[in-house]
Ligand binder design. Structure first.
Ligand code: HEC
Ligand code: HEC
Ligand code: HEC
Ligand code: HEC
Ligand code: HEC
Ligand code: HEC
Ligand code: HEC
Length: 252
């Protein structure tokens, strides 16, 4: 399963940390020192602009990559250091970055995986980055967009930020996460009314906005679905045993 998070050609409108000027200005002096030979390339190893071996300290990383800490929600894992997830090595004038683990395995180093019995396909596949930024974002729980935008990427057609690479049979979704075209096509596209804003789960039903009589409640996909796993089909949210019970949360 393709799960490389290579950025590249995304046309996402999601705010993406910018990596502009500061990085170029921070170029290192080109003094090379003898360094031990590099370990053989592991999966998830990428070349990095050259850094001296003694500049590889985690506290230096944010001098060039300040954007990873910006946003209304910042992943607590950053406080354990960049090297928890990115292992930097410099040798023979080359620097490489190796992810400690790939896909969902990286996240599973610290997060216990939900067991189901019903598991959401991208969660099960370890495609955490289809919905989360590993560092920070402006949305709750480091998600890449507000809930409905996030869910619409795979469950509605013609969404911004979604690009089909037909020849490679892959689809790049928010944040540059790549999923297989097969998975994208499997994701049921929900029926919507002509206005695109209502129509699910029943005709005329809104999917956003306030819920009359329920202060502090805002309607979204997450009002009726869990994002990762559920005890019931259709990813019904925790505490709900039947569709009727779900409806009863807002309707008498
Ligand atoms: C002197 C500036 C500088 C420092 C210091 C620096 N980086 Fe980078 N880093 C860059 C540039 C430039 C790129 C390539 C452009 C980009 O993708 O942002 C990059 C790319 C990366 C990438 C993406 C790799 C890829 O090929 O997709 C990772 C991950 C990364 N850096 C992690 C780190 C970590 C961890 C540290 C600390 C050990 C670090 N960087 C220190 C400048 C720097
Ligand atoms: C919880 C794990 C984790 C931690 C901690 C972490 N990263 Fe990352 N980072 C990732 C993942 C996953 C990716 C996307 C896959 C890849 O390209 O390696 C990524 C990608 C990057 C990239 C490529 C550009 C981008 O934003 O996608 C840069 C640069 C980067 N990380 C820098 C850092 C720096 C600097 C730190 C420390 C302040 C850090 N990361 C801490 C998991 C982490
Ligand atoms: C080094 C350990 C570590 C790794 C690796 C890690 N996390 Fe976390 N993560 C944490 C800690 C610690 C918290 C905060 C504890 C909590 O609130 O439960 C957290 C919280 C979160 C949250 C909730 C954020 C919030 O604001 O409450 C999300 C979402 C998350 N992690 C996603 C991920 C994803 C996706 C990955 C893989 C790319 C990942 N984590 C990898 C340690 C880690
Ligand atoms: C389909 C989108 C999606 C995928 C895929 C996804 N998540 Fe989430 N995740 C969410 C959303 C949305 C929330 C916030 C739920 C909320 O606010 O109630 C969340 C919340 C979290 C939290 C915080 C949990 C809490 O109870 O506060 C963690 C940790 C997390 N995700 C980790 C992961 C990991 C690890 C993966 C991959 C194995 C993953 N997520 C895959 C959408 C997703
Ligand atoms: C008011 C509650 C509610 C909201 C809000 C809601 N859903 Fe649903 N959804 C349901 C119910 C009930 C079902 C099961 C009955 C059905 O298939 O329509 C369902 C089924 C689904 C299915 C499976 C469809 C199928 O045909 O098997 C998907 C996919 C889905 N919802 C996605 C979404 C997305 C994406 C959003 C947000 C844009 C969303 N839902 C918002 C209640 C809701
Ligand atoms: C990266 C693509 C992707 C994203 C983003 C995504 N989904 Fe899904 N979703 C899928 C796929 C693939 C399936 C499984 C289709 C199948 O195999 O039957 C699925 C299935 C579902 C189902 C039916 C589950 C079942 O097995 O009964 C619901 C409900 C659903 N998604 C809701 C959501 C919600 C809510 C969000 C946003 C939090 C969301 N999806 C975001 C890809 C996605
Ligand atoms: C999280 C809250 C919430 C849940 C759960 C919910 N609804 Fe609604 N529903 C609303 C809101 C808000 C409206 C629009 C205002 C109103 O009519 O009260 C609405 C409106 C409706 C309407 C009228 C639609 C129209 O054409 O005006 C129907 C029918 C309906 N809901 C059925 C259901 C059913 C069936 C379920 C369970 C599958 C359900 N609702 C679950 C919040 C909810």
């Amino acid at each position: 399963m393709a799960q490389s998070a290579q950025a590249a050609t995304q046309q996402s409108q999601i705010p993406k940390p910018s990596t502009e000027a500061p990085i170029q200005q921070a170029a290192q002096p080109a003094v090379q020192q003898p360094t031990p030979p590099a370990a053989p390339a592991a999966p998830g190893t990428k070349e990095h602009p050259f850094l001296e071996a003694n500049d590889l300290k985690p506290e230096n990383c944010v001098k060039c990559h300040a954007e990873v800490q910006k946003g209304k929600s910042v992943h607590t894992a950053l406080s354990s250091g960049c090297d928890t997830c990115h292992q930097a090595a410099s040798a023979n004038g080359k620097t490489t970055m190796t992810d400690t683990a790939t896909g969902g395995d990286l996240c599973a180093m610290c997060h216990e995986m939900e067991k189901g019995p019903v598991l959401h396909a991208p969660y099960k596949a370890g495609e955490c980055l289809a919905c989360h930024d590993p560092h920070s974002s402006d949305y709750p729980k480091e998600t890449l967009a507000r809930a409905n935008t996030l869910c619409f990427t795979c469950h509605a057609v013609n969404q911004p930020g979604v690009t089909v690479q037909g020849d490679m049979k892959t689809v790049s979704v928010l944040g540059g996460q790549t999923i297989s075209l097969e998975e994208y096509q499997k994701a049921i596209k929900i029926a919507l009314d002509r206005n695109g804003a209502t129509g699910h789960p029943v005709m005329g039903h809104p999917m956003s906005g306030k819920v009359p009589g329920k202060k502090d409640m805002t309607l979204s996909c997450l009002s009726c679905h869990a994002p990762h796993s559920s005890a019931l089909p259709n990813l019904m949210p925790p505490g709900v045993k039947t569709d009727v019970e779900l409806c009863g949360q807002c309707h008498d």
